[in-house]
Design a protein around this ligand. Structure first.
Ligand SMILES: Cc1ncc(COP(=O)(O)O)c(C=O)c1O
Length: 451
């Protein structure tokens, strides 16, 4: 009989808050943080974590939280899944680092084989392993320029791709992420994503002709750029940081058509929406496209640092020594990724689809009770709640969003913000319907308390 991918039940009641928040020990750590730690790392809630198990995070004062943040969608198999822990411990006892740039080792090869096998692209594929989402984005940008001999790269408004210079240039999510850091990488252009909710063109997705894409072709391809100059279009199949936004169903197919017509590489940044989060291994599978490159990071290794670029064989052709990474694909992260993939493939991806639909249904019933819930949207366990001043105007209400997140935290639920005024729900893919029900009950109370 196949082993269950779910970890043993948490041995106790959760959530359970027993001190004022932050508790006394948490306060001490926060005071120390404020004296020494770089202060760009601002937090939405005062949580000082001691340990995690499954769906539960415990703070240093013994409070237990239900985790619907998962380290920004990263802890895909839940906290410290026993099979992941075992794989990490065994690998750490065997080999921690040797550098794949210089020497071979089996887990690197095994992981690349696994990732190539699950990537739904025809023909042979190749895989390069890196450390973070941003490093994988840089890799894809370099490769796109190298392979096509072209320089221009198109990204989208609302997109987030990381904090290094190439990835930051491609990012157009919040001005603060770029303010003061220019000049940016030349030849990176931005255009409109098929952002149906509050779309400036057409608010009714069913009748939309994906004007966003027409805007791209109008604004660039008809007026200022010859398409033969574009190396790549890099797109999040579901926008993450920008607001948890699944695009209009025709958007990605039309984008693919455009890319194919002009020899432009289509790159899917699946850093946040990939690895089963949306109920399919890759989010772009919901839209029937086949990108030339896939960028993966967050969910690959249940929290261990690793990322990957998977590309069609004819795309991933480097000059010898033209690219590398000292830590990329380190053995312990590879072992964690292999254990994570086994669990994802043995039921957790399907679980994300089922529990995600349940969560969205339950949240939509809350819409009738709280006028501040402007929209509930998502795929699988990538679910956004848009918080608005009132539903008629759909005016974003970031302050109210913050209040709801704070109140939910006080009641024992961890969530994160994204976009202008969205609450992002991205629990581990081991979440059960009972966890979704607990989260919805807390959000109901949090919206009521936030007024
Ligand atoms: C879609 C997307 N791409 C890239 C990144 C950058 O990943 P990292 O923070 O690991 O560099 C993120 C991070 O949130 C992301 O959501």
């Amino acid at each position: 009989m196949a082993r269950s991918p779910f970890p043993p039940d948490y041995p106790g009641e959760y959530p359970r808050i027993t001190t004022p928040l932050p508790g006394p020990k948490a306060r001490e750590f926060m005071a120390r943080d404020s004296r020494t730690v770089s202060q760009n790392l601002t937090k939405d809630v005062p949580l000082v974590v001691s340990r995690g198990q499954g769906m539960v995070v415990e703070d240093v004062d013994g409070n237990r939280f239900l985790d619907f943040a998962a380290g920004i969608s990263t802890v895909s198999t839940g906290h410290c899944h026993p099979e992941v822990v075992k794989a990490v411990q065994e690998q750490a006892g065997r080999l921690i680092h040797i550098c794949y740039t210089d020497f071979f080792y089996p887990v690197y090869i095994e992981l690349c084989e696994e990732l190539a096998a699950i990537a739904p692209m025809r023909g042979s594929k190749r895989v390069f392993l890196t450390n973070s989402g941003a490093e994988a984005v840089e890799t894809a940008m370099k490769l796109a320029r190298l392979r096509t001999g072209r320089q221009k790269i198109v990204g989208f408004f609302g997109a987030f791709h990381g904090r290094t210079y190439g990835a930051m240039t491609l990012t157009a999510s919040k001005p603060v992420q770029r303010k003061g850091y220019g000049p940016f990488l030349p030849e990176v252009l931005h255009t409109h994503y098929a952002y149906c909710y509050r779309c400036p063109v057409n608010r009714i997705p069913e009748t939309c002709g994906v004007e966003c894409l027409d805007l791209l072709t109008e604004s660039y391809l008809h007026h200022s750029v010859d398409p033969s100059e574009l190396a790549a279009v890099i797109v999040e199949p579901v926008q993450g940081e920008g607001g948890f936004i699944p695009p209009h169903r025709d958007f990605l197919p039309k984008l693919q058509e455009l890319c194919r017509k002009h020899g432009i590489l289509l790159v899917a940044d699946e850093v946040q929406c990939g690895m089963g989060r949306t109920g399919k291994m890759f989010a772009f599978e919901h839209y029937g496209i086949e990108p030339d490159m896939i960028i993966l990071a967050k969910g690959i290794a249940s929290g261990m640092p690793i990322s990957a670029v998977i590309a069609k064989q004819d795309v991933m052709q480097w000059n010898d020594g033209g690219h590398g990474s000292t830590f990329g694909g380190n053995p312990v992260s590879c072992a964690s990724a292999l254990a994570t993939l086994r669990l994802l493939k043995s039921g957790l991806v399907e679980n994300a689809g089922v529990v995600g639909s349940h969560l969205i249904d339950r949240l939509r019933t809350l819409q009738g009770r709280h006028a501040a819930i402007g929209d509930v949207r998502g795929l699988g366990l990538m679910v956004g709640i848009e918080v608005v001043a009132d539903r008629a105007t759909r005016k974003p209400a970031p302050q109210k969003r913050h209040k709801v997140i704070e109140k939910a935290f006080e009641l024992g639920l961890l969530t994160l913000p994204c976009g202008e005024s969205t609450i992002r729900l991205s629990p581990p893919l081991i979440a059960r319907e009972a966890d979704a029900d607990k989260a919805v009950a807390i959000l109901d109370a949090a919206f009521a308390a936030a007024g």
